[in-house]
Design a protein around this ligand. Structure first.
Ligand SMILES: *Cc1c(COP(=O)(O)O)cnc(C)c1O
Length: 470
């Protein structure tokens, strides 16, 4: 008789009250039914020696394979990942650039929308498509964007046979570049809606669509949000690739990670749990610093969101932090549930001293305000000629917080191309950043979007009409 052993491709909820799922089911579910996030039951072990000489796609497949072994074999996974990154504009996919004796930038912005979310989403779109095709299912992906994340979701889902993607943005409230990155995508399964309202209205409409059980089931509504486990899994390989290039496993590497929702830096934690020698993970925040504060004081208290030069990190409650909490409380789902209840009812909670000490053994926090980001962009440009964006600047500003022994390489995750945040960059370095080919002809390409009133019925009717198939 075989006994189910705990393994990395079985997924449990951080709140402990959801059935255990395999990889594809956790992928398609996103959030667990008890409100928690899926986590692998056990951490696999990295075989660093087996990674020697592999290119990025092959390395990524080796690193991700244990998490998906029940659903997809390593060879098929490698082919899928290779296809996902084929359109990136750098052969290395995630090149390293040295900016100081012990400091490197890991450029994660060579994908179609010039930000690091492409690394995970290009893989996720293909994994979704594959799992849905195998089941003969079709879904409608719906999301709201303030301008920044919609394009990465559209780029991930365009032309995928098993899905339509509908993205709502607030009409006239995104930048021209942000809107055009979404609306110039010429694909039959991409549907952009400009809502006559604010981002909050867009979010409320998406919630309303999901809350309508009949509509949700009829359309098979789905979300590709940052809580999906597969997104974390797809971000682990670049930590491994950077560390390998800089001497791991022979020496430990520190990382400084521009952080909003705690997804990217949590992937660094996963790499460490798999055995990668990680000297430190610096959680680099802007003035929305809930994560820097919890690491400094143990108090996790929500504040109000303040707009900064690094808008993709303008977040106060970092949803993926729940995954670290789960680890810090010994995987006791009931304890996580109690802390999350406290966050909801009292606006915060305090980490127990032992949990805080455990977090601090690996993580450090740092906060950069707009003035610090601007000074850092100017300083890096003056010293090295490199042009960095405001999010990456938060990471560079946080390097010293790694407090790593001399000779320890510190890798800053460069999460966006500077051309995406041209105004802030120009303000810092006195000249506009270079425009990459992906943006060069953006203004000349035709746009496609539909303007709709802030009205749930109108949005639902539009989606029904667009997704109706003969
Ligand atoms: C989303 C984003 C971040 C934050 O990543 P999290 O995984 O949410 O912590 C940082 N920089 C850029 C450019 C982003 O788009």
């Amino acid at each position: 008789m075989s006994v189910a052993r705990s393994n990395a491709a079985r997924y449990v909820s951080t709140r402990g009250r959801a059935p255990v799922l395999g990889f594809d089911d956790a992928l398609l579910a996103g959030l667990a039914p008890d409100g928690g996030l899926y986590m692998p039951e056990a951490w696999p072990t990295l075989d660093m020696a087996g990674l020697a000489g592999l290119d990025y796609a092959a390395l990524a497949a080796r690193v991700m394979a244990p998490f998906a072994q029940d659903a997809i074999d390593q060879r098929e996974l490698e082919a899928l990942i290779r296809d996902a990154y084929a359109g990136f504009d750098h052969q290395a996919v995630v090149p390293l650039v040295q900016i100081d004796t012990d400091t490197w930038l890991l450029e994660l912005f060579h994908g179609p929308t010039l930000a690091f979310k492409d690394l995970a989403l290009q893989v996720l779109g293909r994994l979704f498509d594959r799992a849905l095709a195998a089941r003969g299912e079709r879904v409608t992906i719906v999301g709201a964007t303030s301008g920044d994340t919609g394009s990465a979701a559209i780029a991930a889902c365009r032309d995928r046979a098993s899905m339509d993607v509908v993205i709502l943005h607030p009409k006239g409230r995104t930048s021209d570049v942000q809107r055009r990155q979404m609306t110039t995508v010429d694909s039959a399964n991409v549907h952009n809606i400009a809502i006559e309202g604010t981002f909050d209205d867009c979010q409320a409409l998406v919630k309303g669509l999901f809350a309508d059980a009949r509509f949700r089931d009829e359309q098979r509504l789905a979300a590709i949000n940052s809580l999906n486990w597969a997104r974390i899994a797809a971000q682990v390989p670049y930590y491994v690739a950077a560390a390998r290039a800089l001497g791991a496993p022979g020496r430990a590497i520190a990382f400084a990670v521009p952080t909003g929702n705690f997804g990217d830096v949590f992937a660094g934690y996963v790499a460490a749990r798999m055995g990668l020698p990680v000297a430190r993970l610096v959680v680099a925040t802007n003035t929305n610093d809930i994560l820097a504060r919890v690491l400094a004081t143990g108090a996790y208290r929500r504040g109000t969101v303040v707009p900064t030069l690094a808008p993709s990190m303008d977040i106060q409650v970092a949803s993926n932090f729940e995954r670290l909490l789960f680890e810090l409380v010994g995987r006791a789902g009931a304890r996580v549930q109690a802390l999350m209840d406290q966050l909801g009812s009292a606006g915060g909670f305090d980490l127990e001293p032992a949990a805080l000490a455990e977090a601090r053994a690996l993580f450090a926090g740092h906060r950069a305000d707009d003035a610090a980001m601007t000074a850092t962009m100017a300083d890096v440009h003056r010293r090295t000629g490199q042009v960095i964006d405001p999010h990456t600047a938060c990471g560079v500003a946080a390097v010293a917080a790694a407090a790593a022994p001399p000779g320890t390489p510190v890798v800053v995750l460069a999460t966006a191309h500077p051309a995406k945040f041209a105004a802030a960059v120009t303000g810092a370095i006195g000249q506009p950043p270079p425009v990459p080919p992906a943006l060069a002809d953006l203004a000349a390409r035709p746009e496609r979007y539909t303007v709709l009133p802030n009205d749930l019925g109108a949005v639902a009717a539009f989606i029904r009409a667009r997704t109706a198939r003969a």
